[in-house]
Design a protein around this ligand. Structure first.
Ligand code: SF4
Length: 371
C-alpha cells in the first residue's frame, strides 16, 4: 500500500478538475480548479441497480437514506475548514444516486439544507449527478432556484446493446434528449463514461467518445468497469460471461479518449474511481482494472505519447541527453515509478536521460538536447 501512496502522492488529489482554465500549449488543464465538496446520497432516487454498481464499495457510505440533518452536519464540518477554500470557487456536489428521480419535495428538502451555507457565501453553486432518463422540467427549474448550475449525466455508453447489458434501463436517445433539455434550460452538462462494460469493445467505446464529443459536454469523467462483490456483474464474472479489461488496456483506451477530448477542448475532470477505503483495502473488489492512480497513469501516458510525437527527428542514439520541461509537468513526464522516463529514453535510444525544469517552455512542450 505504501508503495503506491509514495508514487501517487499529490496526483490523486489534483485529479478532480473543474471547468475553469483552458488549453495552453496543447495541455488542457485548468489554472485554478474549484474545490468540490461532495455529498454522497448512495442509490437515492435510483430506479434499479446497474450491473456494475455498488455505491457502498465506491463511497464507503452505507446505503441508507441520507437525512437533511446529516447533510447540514456534513456541510458544517466541511465549511469549518474554510481557510482551505480561500480564493477558490467552491461547489457542493450531490453524487451517488439519481438526484433528479427523487420526488420534488425531497429535492427541495435536500437543496434547502444547503441554503444557509450559500447565503453565507461558503459556496457558489451546486452540481448533481443523475441518469439521462430521469429529467423533468419542473424539478430542473426548482434546482436552478437553489443554485444548481451543472448536471452530470451517467451516460456510461452511447451503444444501446452495451447500455442494455449494463442494466441501465435507458437508451442513447435518452442521453441525446437529456443534453438537449438541460442545455436549453441553461445547465452545464457533464458526461460520465465507462470503459470495459459487458458487450463493449475498444472500437465501441471510442464510438461512444465521439458521440459524446458531438453533444459538447462541459466536462467528462472516465471510469473503469470493475467487478465488485455482490453486484450482478460479479455473477456474470463468476459464470464466465464477463471478463474485465486489463489495467494496461484500460490505460491505453482512456489515454486515447483523453486525447480526443483534449483535441476538442473538453475537460476530463476525473479518470478512475475515487479510492474509497473499501477499494483500497480490496475488501469487495473481485477483479478489474482498479488502480488508485489510474488518472495519473492515463494522463502521464497521454503526455508521453504527445512528447514522443513532438520529438525532433535527430539521432540521439547512445548520447547523454537532457530534456527540459515546465516544472509542473515533470511528474507527468516521469510517470508512475518513472515508467514514462524509461519509455522516453527507449524512444530516443539515449545512453542517459536527465530531466531539468524550465518554466520558459510552454506547457505541453519539451526541449531535447545533447549534454
Ligand atoms: S450507476 Fe447510478 S443509476 Fe445505476 S445504480 Fe449506481 S447510482 Fe444508481
Amino acid at each position: 500500500m505504501a508503495e503506491w501512496k509514495a508514487s501517487c502522492r499529490g496526483n490523486r488529489e489534483k485529479q478532480e478538475r473543474g471547468r475553469t482554465g483552458g488549453s495552453k500549449g496543447g495541455l488542457f488543464l485548468p489554472d485554478q480548479p474549484p474545490v468540490i465538496v461532495p455529498v454522497f446520497l448512495p442509490f437515492q432516487g435510483c430506479k434499479g441497480r446497474c450491473v456494475f454498481c455498488d455505491q457502498k464499495a465506491i463511497t464507503s457510505i452505507d446505503e441508507k437514506g441520507v437525512s437533511t440533518e446529516t447533510i447540514v452536519r456534513f456541510l458544517s464540518d466541511a465549511f469549518s475548514k474554510t481557510r482551505r477554500h480561500e480564493g477558490k470557487k467552491v461547489i457542493v456536489a450531490f453524487y451517488g444516486g439519481t438526484f433528479t428521480n427523487n420526488p420534488l419535495p425531497v429535492i427541495r428538502q435536500i437543496l434547502a439544507a444547503t441554503s444557509s451555507f450559500r447565503e453565507k457565501g461558503l459556496f457558489s453553486s451546486i452540481r448533481v449527478s443523475t441518469r439521462p432518463d430521469s429529467l423533468e422540467e419542473e424539478k430542473l427549474l426548482l434546482m436552478k432556484e437553489y443554485g444548481v448550475d451543472t448536471v452530470e449525466l451517467g451516460v456510461q455508453s452511447m451503444n444501446d446493446d452495451v447500455l442494455n447489458r449494463a442494466g441501465r434501463g435507458h437508451s442513447s436517445e435518452h442521453t441525446r434528449d437529456a443534453f438537449y433539455l438541460l442545455k436549453s434550460l441553461g445547465f452545464e452538462v457533464g458526461a460520465q463514461l465507462m470503459a470495459g462494460l459487458p458487450g463493449d469493445s475498444p472500437a465501441i467505446f471510442m464510438d461512444s467518445v465521439e458521440e459524446v464529443i458531438a453533444l459538447r459536454p462541459s466536462m467528462v469523467r472516465l471510469y473503469p468497469t470493475v467487478v465488485i462483490e455482490g453486484t450482478a456483474l460479479a455473477g456474470l464474472y463468476a459464470g464466465g460471461r464477463y471478463t474485465p479489461l486489463g489495467l494496461e488496456e484500460t490505460v491505453s483506451l482512456c489515454a486515447q479518449a483523453l486525447a480526443r477530448f483534449e483535441e476538442e477542448q473538453i475537460q476530463v475532470i476525473r479518470i478512475g474511481l475515487a479510492p474509497s477505503q473499501e477499494l483500497i483495502e480490496g475488501r469487495r473488489m473481485i477483479d478489474g482494472p482498479w488502480h488508485p492512480c489510474l488518472g495519473f497513469l492515463v494522463r502521464s501516458r497521454h503526455y508521453l505519447q504527445k512528447a514522443i510525437k513532438s520529438l525532433p527527428s535527430s539521432d540521439w542514439m547512445g548520447l547523454d541527453v537532457r530534456v527540459r520541461v515546465p516544472s509542473r509537468e515533470i511528474t507527468l513526464l516521469r510517470g508512475f515509478r518513472n515508467q514514462g522516463l524509461s519509455a522516453l529514453k527507449a524512444a530516443l535510444s539515449a545512453k542517459t536521460l536527465t530531466v531539468t525544469p524550465d518554466d520558459s517552455i510552454a506547457r505541453g512542450k519539451l526541449v531535447v538536447e545533447p549534454i
